[in-house]
Ligand binder design. Structure first.
Ligand SMILES: Cc1cc2nc3c(=O)[nH]c(=O)nc-3n(C[C@H](O)[C@H](O)[C@H](O)COP(=O)(O)OP(=O)(O)OC[C@H]3O[C@@H](n4cnc5c(N)ncnc54)[C@H](O)[C@@H]3O)c2cc1C
Length: 367
């Protein structure tokens, strides 16, 4: 057993499919995590906010090769070039159903279940020639993809429901937050006939993807990687401003509801909203806890090996590896949100594949 993936979500599946495509056999890979179905954590969150279309585009799929993307597949399936034309102008967003059914195909083809072990890992330790996971192993190459460490729930709101947990809409709702989940929830609640108070601290940025497009390109990334640690942390903080895509599909229903008095914006707290507008159902579109210190496994890893970190980020090499624990014979990589030091959009499908491909390249170099 040479490789291990810790975590069993989308980033894990992307890495697994990439390793398999690179010729590594299921018997040489162990995947540790609680989810036999790697789409489950994501699917539950997307279903809770009733997301129907992906924010990502044609290349937002989990297959190891970029081509064919989801637009090509949909064009072939529906026998129309429309998805391809939309893709050329960055207007193609696959449906959540299409994304998930393709993810299931990738999982079924990959041999995932042969490598999957239903086990959470508490401890990763560097040992000669690799890493022990909870004392087992050693594994020469380990990719940690443990996802977000939990939902962010502001204190003092015991009645509030998080947007990523199943919920319905009361006749009057306060939605806290201003990012993609909040915007989706404004539209959901309005469509359900509710009156909405949008509670926000900051005005959202309007951008198609969750970070500016250049940060998905080699050139944009090279500039990001040249930033000194302090500036890189500042940049990552800036990028965390809530955002959702521009476009009439968002604006029109919101403008209409505002003109009818069914949508109000409050720069304040849920308590202020309750005082001002009376009893409201509070929905927290406040995302996730931020920073590796909330993830017990990553915090322990950083402390045990005195790894370099800046604020909430573990310092990584541009190829998503932990420099102090990666050399000619072993690799420790981090994928998913905890990999933002290497790839600011680490918490996307594109980010998962960035880390996965670099991980495979490292393994190939040590073969
Ligand atoms: C509602 C929503 C919509 C989104 N839409 C898009 C989109 O349209 N396009 C896009 O590109 N991205 C989108 N994203 C981002 C997308 O979720 C992330 O890219 C992806 O889910 C991250 O996958 P992950 O594997 O890092 O985390 P997860 O899918 O959360 O998986 C992490 C896994 O690791 C497990 N784990 C945690 N700790 C341990 C441990 N110690 N040992 C073993 N296992 C552990 C967890 O239980 C979980 O199974 C969206 C996110 C959300 C929430």
């Amino acid at each position: 057993m040479r490789c291990a993936i810790v975590g069993s979500g989308l980033a894990s599946l992307a890495a697994y499919a990439t390793l398999r495509h690179g010729g590594i056999e299921p018997g040489d890979i162990a995947v540790f995590g609680p989810n036999a179905d790697p789409t489950e954590p994501w699917r539950m969150r997307a279903a809770s906010i009733r997301q129907r279309r992906m924010r990502s585009e044609s290349d937002g799929h989990l297959a190891p090769a970029s081509f064919p993307g989801l637009a090509v597949r949909e064009s072939l399936r529906r026998a129309t070039p429309a998805p391809l034309f939309a893709s050329v102008t960055n207007r193609y967003h696959p449906s959540v159903d299409a994304f998930l059914s393709h993810a299931e195909e990738v999982r079924a083809r990959s041999g995932w279940e042969q490598s999957f072990r239903a086990q959470r890992v508490a401890r990763v330790r560097a040992v000669a020639g690799g890493f022990e996971l909870d004392g087992g192993g050693p594994f020469a190459h380990v990719l940690v993809a443990t996802g977000h460490p939990g939902l962010a729930k502001p204190a003092g709101l015991p009645e509030a429901v998080h947007a990523y947990e199943p919920h319905e809409y009361a006749p009057r709702v306060a939605i806290v937050g201003a990012g993609m989940a909040a915007a989706t929830e404004w539209l959901n609640a309005l469509a359900a006939g509710s009156e909405v108070v949008s509670i926000r601290r900051r005005e959202p940025v309007r951008r198609p993807l969750n970070v500016p497009r250049p940060l998905f390109s080699k050139r944009g990334l090279a500039a990001f990687h040249r930033l000194a640690p302090h500036d890189r942390a500042t940049k990552l903080r800036e990028l965390s401003t809530p955002s959702y895509p521009p476009g009439a599909a968002w604006d029109r229903p919101l403008e209409r509801a505002a003109s009818e008095g069914r949508l109000r914006v409050l720069r304040g707290s849920p308590e202020e909203a309750q005082r001002k507008y009376g009893d409201l159902q509070v929905i927290l579109a406040t995302g996730f806890l931020r920073g590796f210190t909330h993830d017990a496994l990553l915090r322990d890893l950083v402390e045990a090996h005195a790894l370099e970190a800046h604020d909430e980020w573990i310092a990584l090499a541009p190829d998503s590896t932990v420099p102090a624990l990666t050399d000619d014979v072993r690799t420790l990589s981090i994928a998913g949100v905890a990999g933002q030091w290497a790839f600011p959009a680490a918490d996307t499908i594109a980010g998962a594949k960035y880390a996965a491909r670099a991980f495979l390249r490292r393994i190939c170099r040590t073969r």
